[in-house]
Design a protein around this ligand. Structure first.
Ligand code: MLT
Length: 328
């Protein structure tokens, strides 16, 4: 009996030691560089937003944040990698409406549950969606675009960043509204697919505003409408879908930071605080706003707000995807 109780005592001692070691590690966090997984190719909207905020966050945290582009499967490859990473705060992911909401309905065997296998750190930016086409697309406005696509869908190529991506999901909504099924060309991100659109190799795309604004300003593509209730000041001349005659197309995405489930709360709190500071930094705000993104106010920031956003977005996009037939 004495041995058993001594053994139990030793075990309890080890447990206390382990807990206090974990607590000490969390309190000292971060003591080495942090990896931020971007689940799409460099140069796309997720990558651009990740680099803008991580630059500022690394100053606050006192450690380099290394961007790692882990591409494939509409962002779910990178999200799966992040979910499986050690929950120590040294691997986080810039996810979004695709990886952490739409993918649930698009991938019946998705390796992760966005609302259970991650710890929310915080919402980073809202990103309205625009209907874009190559520069010489034969339509001068959205009404002509809709008519042309309906009449020629079998000859048209649509670009996106893979099944489950924002560009895939939002154009799924557009194509189901138009009742068309063009050829869809997947890329490793909408950085590369935007290059193809600018080169005229594909015909149209639904993309996040942060990726579209530089091309609209450069006159290299056509932007027919923005899927939000109000116009956006960055491309002020792009009409809303309501103004342009397709009010049913309402589409906005968002980017947010997540950590693997089990990441200690003190570590999450340091990451959330560093993100909050970045979103209050004038330089960061100017870069994000100039690209047309929407910076969340205090009520939409933080871990609890992101946790409820993920749940509501899964609930919002799942029926849209199922109705489109893409999930069958
Ligand atoms: C998407 O979901 O379309 C991604 O945002 C594309 C990207 O960031 O490259």
């Amino acid at each position: 009996m004495r041995i058993a109780s001594r053994f139990r005592g030793l075990l309890a001692g080890f447990a206390v030691l382990a807990a206090s070691a974990g607590l000490a590690a969390a309190q000292d966090y971060p003591t080495r560089p942090i990896t931020m997984i971007v689940p799409f190719a460099a140069g796309g909207p997720t990558d651009v937003i990740a680099r803008i905020v991580s630059e500022n966050m690394s100053k606050t945290l006192g450690q380099t944040i290394v961007i790692e582009n882990v591409v494939g499967a509409g962002g779910t490859t990178g999200a799966t990698r992040a979910m499986r990473a050690a929950p120590d705060g040294y691997t986080i992911i810039m996810g979004h409406m695709g990886t952490h909401a739409a993918s649930v309905a698009l991938y019946p065997n998705l390796a992760y549950k966005p609302d259970a296998d991650f710890e929310p750190i915080g919402l980073v930016a809202g990103t309205p969606i625009l209907i874009l086409a190559k520069k010489d697309f034969p339509a001068k406005d959205l009404k002509e675009f809709v008519a042309y696509v309906k009449a020629n869908a079998d000859k048209l190529n649509l670009a996106h960043a893979g099944v489950g991506s924002v560009s895939f999901t939002t154009c799924l909504l557009l194509n189901s509204l138009l009742n068309v099924k063009p050829t869809s060309i997947p890329y490793q991100g909408t950085g590369p697919s935007m290059n193809a659109l600018v080169a005229g190799q594909v015909d149209y795309m639904c993309d996040q505003i942060v990726n579209a604004v530089p091309q609209i300003k450069g006159g290299t593509i056509k932007a027919y409408a923005i899927g939000t209730a109000e116009r956006n000041p960055s491309p002020p001349d792009v009409p809303t879908t309501k103004e342009a005659g397709l009010p049913e197309f309402q589409a906005s995405a968002w980017n947010a930071l997540f950590a693997p489930k089990g990441t200690p709360k003190p570590v999450l709190d340091k990451l959330s605080a560093a993100l909050d500071k970045a979103l209050n930094d004038e330089g960061v705000r100017k870069r994000l706003l100039d690209l047309g993104s929407d910076i969340p106010g205090p009520d939409r920031r933080g871990q609890a707000a992101l946790a409820s956003l993920v749940k509501s977005e899964i609930a919002k996009w799942s029926p849209i995807i199922k109705a489109s037939g893409a999930a069958n």
